[in-house]
Design a protein around this ligand. Structure first.
Ligand code: SF4
Length: 180
């Protein structure tokens, strides 16, 4: 039996709750087996904070809500051979996109002025500017594989990564459902 090739994996979260990354960690003891098959080269879960020039698989959690999110999504698309939208926020906007029903100025007023009693002010320094509209990942960059779920189960993430490790194209529809 041939030994699967090790693959490099990068992950990051955009506008999400980090729950999809927590689901990744929920693979529990299977992470030890996974560590024999993949190198995590960039992620909030590891110390490496510079995206290598070429990465086999990139996982993006969260939607694109700010200029910072947009830059990260574009960088992942440039550097990753296969880009995965991980979770409902990445796939369809989910919770972050609920603000799309309102004008951005109204959202900012509601959040930072109307509901605040002490020094109401809209932050402009040290925080990335919000985009007018929240978009799923594929609203800005091409996505190769969609893994829905809020969050996707650890089993689903395990399945997708193992299929890629084995050189197959995964079909996440068999192990995922929106909102599950
Ligand atoms: S899909 Fe769900 S778990 Fe994942 S980042 Fe969005 S809200 Fe959190």
């Amino acid at each position: 039996m041939s030994t699967p090739t090790r693959i490099t994996v990068a992950t990051t979260w955009l506008d999400g709750c980090s729950g999809c990354h927590m689901s990744f960690l929920d693979m529990d003891e299977r992470l030890i087996e996974l560590a024999r098959k993949i190198d995590i080269v960039y992620s909030p879960l590891v110390d490496s904070k510079e995206l290598p020039e070429t990465v086999d698989v990139g996982l993006l959690e969260g939607s694109i809500s700010s200029v910072d999110d947009l830059e990260k999504a574009r960088a992942f698309r440039r550097h990753c051979k296969i880009l995965i939208s991980l979770g409902d926020c990445a796939v369809n906007g989910n919770v972050p996109a609920m603000r799309n029903y309102f004008k951005l100025d109204d959202v900012m007023d509601r959040s930072y002025r109307e509901n605040v009693t002490l020094q109401p002010q809209i932050p402009t320094r040290g925080v990335p500017a919000l985009l007018t509209t929240v978009k799923p990942i594929h609203g800005e960059v091409a996505v190769d594989i969609f893994v829905p779920g809020c969050p996707p189960s650890a089993d689903a993430i395990w399945y997708v990564l193992n299929e890629l490790i084995e050189g197959r194209v995964p079909d996440p529809s068999s192990v995922t459902r929106f909102g599950a």
